[in-house]
Design a protein around this ligand. Structure first.
Ligand code: IMP
Length: 179
């Protein structure tokens, strides 16, 4: 699939993303203003750029941890079966947790991870996704905060890949095959 030539059309600029993160952080700070320490859980690997910008804008006492769930592999199709490839290093029992996802597509990943961390008896458990593709949803999950709702397009950049490429683009672009 990745051998097919494609171009990337900018969909959301770096400036627009930064402005939206500022807005989101006002609301997140409001929700967690009284937290002792917020455990910000990034879902690897797609959320690594988002979580970096998010925690620097948050201005709350945070701990950062990561969890890796199985994703698309090298294909553009989502899979219903979610497996945990790397679990958290720290404990979340009794602690406030914010799960950070890059894209909610079918919703299977976020639903699975929310269920898993929810079963560990955290304090407040909230979710944020940079992007949401509501038309693709196969589950009843919705993130508490959403950066941008987008149509059913395959996107890359700002941490998000296509066959491990394009994560380092500073903007979100949509993949368009040349032929
Ligand atoms: P879900 O379980 O179907 O919601 O899939 C979520 C995961 O699929 C995201 O965390 C991404 O890793 C991946 N994904 C969904 N849409 C895209 C896309 O447009 N580009 C790249 N990865 C995507």
């Amino acid at each position: 699939m990745s051998e097919r030539p494609y171009v990337i059309d900018e969909m959301i600029s770096a400036k627009t993303i930064a402005a939206r993160i500022e807005e989101l952080c006002v609301s997140i700070r409001d929700e967690f203003h009284d937290t002792d320490q917020l455990v910000v859980v990034g879902l690897l690997r797609g959320s690594f750029v988002f979580i970096a910008d998010l925690v620097r804008e948050l201005d709350l006492p945070v701990e950062v941890d990561f969890l890796e769930a199985s994703s698309y592999g090298n294909s553009m199709e989502s899979s219903r079966e979610v497996r945990i490839l790397k679990d958290l290093r720290g404990r979340v029992e009794g602690r406030d947790v914010l799960i950070v996802e890059d894209i909610v597509d079918t919703g299977h990943t976020l639903k699975h991870v929310t269920g898993l961390l929810g079963s560990r008896n955290p304090g407040r458990l909230r979710t944020i996704a940079l992007l949401d593709k509501p038309s693709r949803r196969e589950t009843d999950v919705t993130a508490d905060w959403i950066g941008f709702s987008i149509p059913d397009e395959f996107v890359v950049g700002y941490g998000i890949d296509f066959a491990q490429r394009n994560r380092n683009l500073p903007y979100i672009g949509k993949v368009r095959f040349a032929d």
